[in-house]
Design a binder for this molecule. Structure first.
Ligand SMILES: NC(=O)C1=CN([C@@H]2O[C@H](COP(=O)(O)OP(=O)(O)OC[C@H]3O[C@@H](n4cnc5c(N)ncnc54)[C@H](O)[C@@H]3O)[C@@H](O)[C@H]2O)C=CC1
Ligand SMILES: O=C(O)C(=O)[C@H](O)COP(=O)(O)O
Length: 376
């Protein structure tokens, strides 16, 4: 069985070589000809799986993406060709939730206690939205959830309307990109909703760029409207509107899900799918491939309140402002955008971090967020 996999998948050779003959490809140079004798195509979001790409893939039996989003797969086309597809739903939900927490600790750095009085409206209560909700509740921050498809399917959690979400102090978007239909998310934040945002509200988009009308956002900024936007994703990546970037308080190159664990889980989920689909034994474990935990010196936690301890630990582990500054300074073209994502200095999730905390008890919330601690 011949497996072709995108070269930005960590541990791909380790896992997929146990399933078949495997070979890496680069999304920038992949051609229909390269798929002629391929049985399984494994992609990330940077490969658009279109009719044209598969025009010569006559042996193809399975397509899967090592990502949560699957809007880069032409699903009606795959159905017409009777090619089943899979995704790695949930693989990077923790990474995105941690990215949003880093945004919040950055945005409220000068008045952390005020963060505890805010309400966060979460749009999309799937894998990412639920992980974020859990962490915010643990910190004592009020949340509201909006997810009409889940509500309609009988999910028993309490849901509010998008209009109620728009009244929240902080709005965090975690929906898939869906271009049409009852639950379309295209330009969910259009000119009208953006215009209604108050200066004090914070809007975070770490799902898909198309959920916010980027042109409308830029036009509003240029007309003098003050808005607090944190953007990890952009319309038309990698050919994004670079004039919007400086207006955003935090801007990053679609890396919210790029923790080492998040990407490795994506690869591992596909390995599991292939083993099941082709009835092969699953001999490899996920944990076996990861390097040892990072150890971070945190002795300055002493005497700090819970939210101060949490903020210090989060920012010492992952400070989104470092990524934002690098992005704003260095990424000026589509080629830069692609390059910076491919060479992203991949970060660890909190559960892979051990904080050296000195000789005193630290807040339970740190354990709740997944951190490990050791004393000096
Ligand atoms: N920036 C990044 O690196 C990452 C971005 N993503 C994006 O975030 C999206 C969400 O990820 P997951 O939570 O893992 O997906 P998920 O499928 O588990 O959850 C998405 C939720 O959105 C809900 N939803 C769909 N349409 C909606 C609408 N019109 N209004 C409100 N809710 C709606 C669904 O019912 C579902 O519960 C992905 O589809 C992907 O596009 C995901 C991971 C990393
Ligand atoms: O999982 C998703 O959905 C994402 O947006 C991924 O984090 C995208 O990562 P790449 O596949 O573009 O590396």
């Amino acid at each position: 069985m011949k497996i072709l996999y995108e070269d930005s998948m960590p541990y791909a050779e380790h896992f997929f070589s146990k399933v078949g003959e495997c070979q890496a490809y680069s999304s920038q140079t992949l051609t229909p000809e390269a798929l002629q004798d391929v049985d399984v195509l494994l992609v990330r979001s940077t490969t658009k799986v279109t009719e044209k790409l598969l025009s010569k893939a006559h042996k193809l039996k399975y397509v899967a993406t090592a990502t949560a989003g699957s809007d880069h797969l032409d699903k009606p086309m795959l159905a017409r060709k009777s090619i089943p597809w899979g995704s790695a739903a949930g693989c990077n939900a923790i990474a995105v939730a941690e990215y949003v927490l880093s945004c919040l600790m950055t945005e409220y750095a000068s008045d952390l206690p005020s963060l505890l009085t805010k309400t966060v409206g979460i749009v999309g209560a799937g894998h990412v939205g639920s992980q974020l909700d859990k962490r915010l509740k643990l910190l004592g921050i009020n949340t509201k959830l909006c997810d009409p498809p889940l509500h309609a399917s009988g999910d028993h959690r309490e849901f509010v309307s998008i209009d109620e979400i728009c009244e929240c102090d902080i709005i965090s978007l975690h929906v898939p990109f869906v271009a049409t239909g009852e639950y379309s998310t295209k330009h969910m934040f259009d000119s009208k909703r953006l215009t209604q945002l108050k200066e004090s509200q914070l809007l975070i988009n770490a799902c898909r760029g198309e959920v916010i009308d980027n042109q409308a956002a830029k036009t509003l900024f240029e007309s003098g409207k003050a808005m607090r936007l944190n953007m990890d994703v952009w319309e038309n990546e990698p050919t994004i509107d670079f004039e919007l970037v400086p207006h955003c308080r935090i801007g990053t190159a679609h890396i919210a899900g790029h923790s080492l664990e998040g990407k490795a889980r994506g690869t591992y989920f596909l390995y599991q799918q292939l083993c099941e689909r082709f009835q092969l034994p699953q001999k490899l474990s996920f944990e076996s491939c990861l390097p040892n935990a990072d150890v971070i010196e945190m002795s300055q936690l002493e005497g700090k309140s819970e939210i101060e301890q949490v903020s210090a630990a989060i920012l010492a582990t992952y400070n989104v402002m470092d990524d934002s500054q690098g992005f704003k300074k260095q990424v000026k073209s589509a080629a830069d955008f692609v390059y910076s994502r491919k060479h992203y200095a991949i970060r660890r999730e909190f559960a892979s971090v051990t904080l050296k905390t000195g000789n005193f008890p630290v807040s339970e919330a740190l354990y709740g967020l997944g951190f490990n601690t050791i004393h000096k």
